[in-house]
Ligand binder design. Structure first.
Ligand SMILES: [Mg+2]
Length: 321
């Protein structure tokens, strides 16, 4: 089964608000319901920064290839914009889909593309060159893990684990590398046996399939699911089943704590409920999503219940507070 393509689901919300004193932006109020028991994280750009800069490798490479087939009057700039657009739109799906799209674009220009797997191999070779020193630094301890993680990653994973939430990691990167890099970053222990990545037989994997399996095997509906991601796919997939979607508009190169404007807009368009730049306000984020509790406007620290009803009630897995 092929993965779906994603488009903006509707107009951007006309106004958003922030949880008091935090970087957590609320675009769509989360309807209070049962507390989520399952949290799905995308990997690259959502937890891991090991592959930071991948787009700066992929876009020029693909634009360079496609420009050989440019239509009369089609500018390099135009091609680059087109490539950036489809690369972004397909972010979160397995890498092969970006290469399949490239092949389609070549074909619509009258060209005969190579096998998309060849393009993927070329891209991967270039990317690995770029990130080799990072992977080595993590392996030999000269690069601290924190520097290759979205800030607050270990904190939010720990908070969720303490609540007994089942954590899953699903990535469009080849599974062997996801497992390797999750281990290098020390995030694998939070999702034991629940880390998934791209397969050579690409039709056998999608985040949608992972989500469906989570819901089926646990006999729960989508309200029990929260997805965290910096790509279209995990956001739209979670919304499609009635789950909550947290857009991680991570500033991968700067780790500045300010949301990446491009990602933010795209992910809101995909239906994200919340936007965070990273997990520096993990506690407030988790308290809001899981308990319906917001930081006190005055104190900014202690939680208070919002007017209009209790938070998500009932005991949760592992003794939810
Ligand atoms: Mg990602």
């Amino acid at each position: 089964m092929a993965e779906r393509d994603y488009r903006a689901v509707g107009p951007l919300p006309s106004s958003t608000r922030f949880l008091a004193g935090t970087s957590v932006e609320v675009a769509r109020e989360i309807p209070r319901g049962p507390a989520p028991e399952h949290a799905l994280f995308d990997f690259d750009g959502t937890l891991s920064l090991v592959r930071e800069g991948w787009m700066d490798v992929m876009v020029p490479l693909l634009a360079g290839i496609l420009s050989e087939y440019a239509r009369p009057g089609e500018t390099e700039e135009g091609i680059r914009a087109l490539v950036k657009d489809f690369v972004t739109e397909l972010t979160g799906k397995q890498t092969i889909y970006q290469m399949i799209r490239l092949a389609e674009e070549i074909r619509t220009r009258g060209g005969v593309p190579r096998d998309p797997r060849d393009y993927k191999a070329e891209y991967h070779e270039r990317l690995m060159e770029r990130i080799a020193s990072r992977r080595k630094g993590l392996a030999d301890g000269t690069l601290p893990r924190e520097e290759a993680l979205v800030p607050g990653s270990l904190e939010i994973l720990g908070l969720l684990r303490d609540r007994g939430v089942h954590i899953y990691i699903a990535s469009g990167t080849d599974e062997e590398y996801v497992l390797e890099e999750a281990d290098l970053l020390g995030v694998d222990e939070f999702a034991p046996g629940r880390i998934y990545g791209a397969q050579a037989d690409y039709a056998s994997f999608s985040k949608e399939m992972v989500i469906r399996r989570i819901l089926t095997e646990n006999r729960v509906d989508g309200r029990r699911l929260v997805a965290f991601g910096d790509g279209y796919v995990e956001i739209a997939d979670s919304k499609a089943v009635g789950g909550t979607a947290v857009a991680v508009a991570s500033d991968e190169s700067g780790r500045s704590g300010r949301p990446d404007a491009w990602k933010r807009e795209r992910l809101l368009g995909a239906g994200a409920d919340l936007v965070v730049p990273d997990y520096r306000d993990a506690e407030a984020l988790v308290a809001y999503v899981w308990d319906g509790v917001e930081p006190d406007t005055a104190a900014g620290a202690a939680g208070t219940r919002p007017s209009g009803g209790p938070g998500r009630g009932g005991p949760g897995p592992g003794g939810r507070r």
